[in-house]
Design a protein around this ligand. Structure first.
Ligand SMILES: O=C([O-])C(=O)C[C@H](O)[C@@H](O)C(=O)[O-]
Ligand SMILES: [Mg+2]
Length: 443
């Protein structure tokens, strides 16, 4: 006997963030997410976490009557109906920012996650065991150390987190301070390595000049010669700039992430294919293969080796399907991330666990949020790895007090979605996003 889906609760939440720089600008001191909880008549609760915006909150409301009152047995039909209704809102694009601006796919993922969590609890299986054709493929998932250049919080009057009076370790300190040089990036990497044991690192680029960012990679390589390293300027550079900056350091990189984008009548998929031919470097993307049609063109052009199929914008089942295709086609699956709480960490872990074959270490922003939480026991990164739970569903329990506090923080703010220009304007007067100009290169 399957339970009935009794109630959907939509809770927008906010957490604190450091002054992380990227092509979209500088992170505000807060990041905004949305938590969806589904209760069933058996007394279980399923959860999902996604980015939040007014469009996303409205999209979730739009699906409510298709969910409440249905049997958990029909969860796939529920998802199909939600998908159809959201498609009725018209086509969407991810946009040119570093983050994906679509509504429907995020809304579907939140509902899907909560449904899988509930279904898993009902059939007593972890979500990883239910996803994909094959279910669980591994018991541990590798994560990479996601490094950012950091703006100086003291140049703003914004409430960025400050180093604690008795820091646990260097990570507690460095993640709150300016970092704009190769030395500062290495200090971040060493501190993150000491706490989390990462074997691989990604540096977010699109901030300094391509050469200055290549110098950061040189310094990281010297400090961690065995790590898989990558640099991600989110397509800010021209093809020529990307080749010039990365060719000399290609032996230090495992892959280049979105090194170039659309230019002079060529699509990003075309320039990335040309970049691969000219450098021999494998490429990864979360910008030019963000749905199955785009992936088809990316594969046809041989533009991408590693699609970073973040479940938040591919759906959990879609992300695993990308993993299955990668495995069949001799490509490598990976996952992108945005700032997130611990519910998303669980979602990404289960998805990565269900992708067959060799996968690359997943991105996670969690190290920037570590210490905040919405669940009673966030998954931990140890030795660069996250254990995949064997408990039913996502294997997490919401901490109601923490959720309420994060919801109160959200309501105390005026922002309703991510805006990286606001904080950036403290560093450069009147700063505006330009998808083809690194954030601090404005002359
Ligand atoms: O791999 C990526 O492109 C990202 O992680 C996108 C994010 O928006 C990142 O740029 C950030 O958090 O600023
Ligand atoms: Mg990226």
């Amino acid at each position: 006997m399957f339970p009935t889906l009794t109630r959907m609760t939509i809770t927008p939440v906010a957490g604190y963030d450091s002054f992380l720089l990227n092509l979209s600008g500088g992170h505000a001191p807060w990041f905004i997410r949305c938590v969806v909880m589904l209760e069933d008549s058996a007394g279980n609760t399923g959860v999902g976490e996604i980015p939040s915006s007014e469009g996303i909150l409205a999209g979730l409301e739009q699906c409510r009557d298709l969910i409440e009152g249905q049997s958990l047995r029909d969860f796939r039909q529920v998802l199909t109906q939600c998908k159809a209704r959201l498609e009725g809102n018209g086509p969407e694009e991810r946009g040119r920012q570093t983050f994906d601006l679509r509504v429907a796919v995020h809304v579907l993922t939140a509902i899907e996650s909560a449904l899988f969590d509930l279904y898993g609890q009902h059939v007593e299986l972890p979500v990883a065991d239910l996803l994909g054709r094959l279910g669980r493929q591994r018991d541990e998932v590798e994560a990479l150390g996601y490094l950012f250049l950091l703006g100086d919080p003291d140049k703003t009057d914004l409430p960025y987190p400050k180093p604690p009076e008795s820091p646990r370790d260097d990570w507690d300190v460095v993640r709150c301070q300016e970092a704009l040089t190769p030395e500062a990036v290495v200090r971040l990497a060493k501190a993150a390595h000491a706490r989390y044991g990462f074997k691989d690192f990604k540096l977010k680029g699109g901030v300094l000049s391509p050469e200055a960012e290549a110098d950061c990679i040189r310094a990281l390589y010297e400090a961690f010669p065995d790590a898989r390293l990558t640099l991600d300027p989110n397509g800010a550079w021209t093809l020529d700039q990307a080749v010039k900056a990365l060719n000399p350091i290609k032996h230090m990189l495992s892959y280049a992430e979105d090194p170039c984008g659309q230019e002079r009548g060529y699509s990003g998929r075309e320039t990335m294919a040309e970049f691969k031919r000219r450098t021999g470097l494998p490429t990864a993307t979360n910008m030019i293969a963000t749905d199955f049609k785009q992936l088809q063109f990316a594969v046809a052009l041989n533009a991408v080796d590693i699609p970073l199929a973040d479940c938040h914008f591919w759906t959990m089942q879609g992300a695993v399907m990308v993993g299955e295709l990668c495995n069949e086609w001799g490509m490598t699956w990976g996952s992108h991330s945005n700032n997130h709480f611990d519910i998303s960490l669980a979602m990404m872990t289960h998805v990565a666990a269900a992708c067959p074959g060799e996968i690359t270490a997943i991105d996670t922003h969690w190290i920037w949020q570590d210490g905040q939480r919405l669940t009673t026991e966030p998954f931990r990164i140890k030795g660069g790895r996250i254990s995949v739970p064997t408990t039913p569903g996502l294997g997490i329990t919401i901490d109601k007090a923490q959720l309420e506090a994060a919801n109160r923080l959200y309501h105390s703010l005026e922002v309703r979605q991510r805006d990286d220009a606001m904080a950036m304007q403290y560093l450069i007067d009147g700063w505006q996003f330009d998808p083809r100009r690194p954030t601090l290169v404005r002359d």
